[in-house]
Design a protein around this ligand. Structure first.
Ligand code: GLA
Length: 344
């Protein structure tokens, strides 16, 4: 196992951002403290060929203008808050609307655009980086001073462990996640539609045309959203409206780390299994990727990658029927995710 650190670039503020390269098992993961982004993930194929399976950019500059949130850590609230507002105890809070009428992924300057404090360490058969930041009261319209601590690590058994914690001194919606886009054939190697996906979800949150949940949790049975048995992502894509961008309700008890997804690439033999403590999983097939210039000349078109964002349900602050995503002085936020890799 090995941890190395180098300067990734200098921000317009003059502050330096660092790249941490974690090596363990057969893989290597690099992350930066700018936006706590996952930058690269090298994994072997069944023939021993190492490819970078994360969409991203070669330089820090790309991450400062990262419209699709490639690899970003998202906060204070992942996905959409309808109409950019919510009420708590009779007070209405207004957020920045960066997605038509809605607020998306924390607003104008979410956690993906902040420089985090970072510290690397070795522990429990893995190498980790712990990122911390303080989001002041009123930041992006959210109440309370929030302290976030997110750690990402790579283990000797080829797993990424993600741990998300936040403490906030006033009631506030919190929904942290990572927005990594994977292509198990290698970033830049075409689209992911031939990957096979299995999702451990018997229902999903139905959405309106602006992707805000209607409140209905619809059974997947007899719909294009049924991934309970593995199938190629392409199979029912057209019937699903040309792409997936939906929050699936993960089977089993939230609060316990349980399987939520398994995706495999038949060509390279790479398999990724995802586990989460969260109630939901946003399965997104890169529908809005429109020719983004990525690493070393790669261009990411529609479906060039897929995301599995472990999270609370979108727009939870406005949906009393959804699992509560309000945290505060009496309720700290703590969620975990695990991504395990194999190649056969
Ligand atoms: C999430 C959303 C998508 C899109 C991406 C970012 O996955 O659900 O609709 O906004 O983030 O491009």
């Amino acid at each position: 196992m090995k941890i190395s650190k180098k300067i990734f670039g200098v921000l317009s503020s003059g502050k330096k951002a660092y790249l941490y390269i974690l090596k363990a098992g057969d893989m290597s993961l690099s992350v930066t403290n700018f936006g706590a982004h996952w930058v690269s993930l090298f994994a072997p194929s069944r023939n021993g060929r190492k490819d970078d399976i994360l969409l991203g950019y070669s330089t820090l500059d790309g991450y400062t203008r990262n419209k699709p949130y490639l690899g970003a850590t998202i906060g204070r609230f992942g996905n959409r808050i309808g109409d950019g507002r919510f009420s708590l105890d009779g007070t209405e809070y207004r957020l920045y609307k960066n997605d038509g009428p809605h607020s998306l992924h924390g607003g104008r300057r979410g956690f993906d655009k902040l420089l985090w404090k970072a510290e690397s360490y070795e522990e429990r058969g893995g190498v980790f980086v712990r990122f911390e930041l303080v989001s002041p009261d009123g930041d992006e319209g959210y109440p309370g001073t929030l302290k976030a601590a997110v750690s990402y690590g790579l283990t000797k058994s080829n797993e990424i462990i993600a741990d998300y914690q936040a403490a906030v001194d006033a009631p506030c919606p919190v929904n942290l996640t990572n927005h990594a886009y994977f292509n198990l054939a290698g970033e830049g190697a075409g689209d992911i539609l031939f990957h096979r996906a299995r999702l451990y979800a018997s229902s999903y949150a139905a959405v309106d045309e602006s992707l805000i949940p209607t409140g209905a949790l619809t059974p997947v049975q007899d719909t294009p959203f049924d991934f309970r048995t593995a199938k190629p992502i392409s199979r029912d894509l057209a019937a699903a409206g040309g792409g997936y961008d939906h929050c699936f309700v993960v089977d089993g008890d939230s609060g316990t780390l349980r399987p939520c997804a398994e995706v495999s690439d038949p060509r390279s033999g790479r398999i990724m299994r995802v586990f989460t403590t969260q109630p939901g999983l946003q399965f997104y097939t890169g529908n809005f990727l429109d020719g983004v210039t990525g690493k070393a000349g790669s261009v990411y078109g529609k479906h060039a990658g897929f995301c599995l964002e472990t999270q609370h349900f979108p727009d939870s602050p406005n949906r009393k029927e959804f699992p509560p995503a309000i945290f505060g002085p009496d309720r700290d936020y703590h969620e975990k995710a695990l991504f395990s890799f194999d190649w056969q």
